[in-house]
Design a protein around this ligand. Structure first.
Ligand SMILES: Nc1ncnc2c1ncn2[C@@H]1O[C@H](COP(=O)(O)OP(=O)(O)OP(=O)(O)O)[C@@H](O)[C@H]1O
Ligand SMILES: [Mg+2]
Length: 305
């Protein structure tokens, strides 16, 4: 068994996705609960600065101290921000309640949060990233051990997911210092409309041709991204299948291995538990969704082991 034995290294999972309201907080909260119930020490962190509501999904009132206090130095350590949830092993760090916004987080502050995360006493840290593709959101996503994307089976959400992936890809290329000289070429391809003729995957192939060493290094970086995909609110088999097509397209277009980790049924128990301000997993332990979460968490654990 993997429970409580031996030495465990902390893992950071970041939950994102281009669009608002797709279920990122629901996923963060319930994956956290699943892990905590398995005996792991979990800290869920609300990085949806400005729109923080993860605490509600976890059944905790607005915590006294939030990330704002850390950023304004009222709290000295992240430890001071921990609020225990009703679930054993699960604490939360709440996002800022003022309108700081993740986009406005300074580079230094972002690095500070990232480097201090690993000092928390936890086996898993889950980051609820909030919507959008600002650099800060992308950087948290890229820095995590596992990036998890949540999408709805709707054209707008699917497009947003590709846009998010494209931004992650672009950000990753921009961060590779050796590539500075071909920066303009990268920008040109990344800023072009998605087309069949010239894809980001082709770009990497071109770089491999002209500079094999640089090209392969880049290709490795991209392969390391390996994000996970969860399709939320599925109602039909066709909805479920969307995840498989997205996996194929991500590989073809970006050269990115997008793992389709699983889906979550559309389920009325979600809003019922939101209304009651009780975690779904505790309020409706026998719902179909709980089974979905169980499968997803096992898949994620197998991959990361
Ligand atoms: N599987 C589901 N079945 C039914 N309703 C759902 C499901 N997932 C999410 N919802 C509904 O969608 C709402 C938004 O979910 P959630 O707050 O988790 O999204 P979010 O991506 O975190 O949004 P934001 O970008 O605003 O932070 C929930 O309050 C819930 O009512
Ligand atoms: Mg949210």
């Amino acid at each position: 068994m993997h429970l409580l034995d031996g030495h465990r290294n902390m893992k950071i999972w970041a939950i994102g996705g281009g669009k608002g309201g797709v279920g990122k907080s629901l996923v963060t909260a319930n994956l956290s609960i699943c892990l905590a119930l398995m005996g792991y020490r979990v800290v869920a962190i609300d990085l949806d600065l400005g729109g923080a509501n993860l605490h509600t999904t976890l059944g905790v009132p607005i915590p006294d101290k939030t990330l704002s206090d850390y950023l304004t130095k009222k709290a000295k350590t992240l430890d001071e921000l921990l609020t225990q949830t009703p679930i054993e092993n699960l604490s939360i760090i709440s996002g800022a309640q003022d309108d700081i916004g993740i986009a406005n987080l300074k580079q230094m502050q972002k690095h500070k949060i990232l480097s201090k995360l690993t000092e928390l006493e936890a086996d898993y840290i889950l980051l609820d990233l909030g919507a959008g593709t600002t650099y800060n959101t992308l950087d948290f996503f890229i820095s995590a051990d596992q990036g998890i994307l949540v999408a709805l089976p709707e054209p707008t959400s699917i497009e947003n997911t590709y846009r998010f992936l494209k931004s992650v890809y672009h950000r990753k290329l921009a961060m590779a210092e050796d590539l500075l000289e071909i920066g303009p070429m990268i920008d040109q391809i990344m800023n072009a409309k998605i087309s069949q003729n010239s894809t980001p995957a082709d770009l990497v192939n071109k770089i491999i041709e002209s500079n094999p060493q640089m090209g392969h290094k880049l290709q490795n970086e991209i392969l390391k991204l390996n994000p996970k995909l969860i399709i939320n609110q599925v109602r039909t088999q066709a909805d479920i299948d969307i995840g498989f097509s997205m996996k194929i397209i991500s590989k073809k277009y970006f050269g990115i291995n997008l793992d389709y980790t699983g889906y979550l049924n559309y389920d009325a128990t979600v809003w019922q538990s939101v209304k009651k301000r009780r975690p779904l997993l505790m309020e409706f332990p026998n719902s179909a969704l709980v089974n979905n979460f169980d499968q997803i968490v096992h898949k994620l654990l197998n991959i990361s082991r």
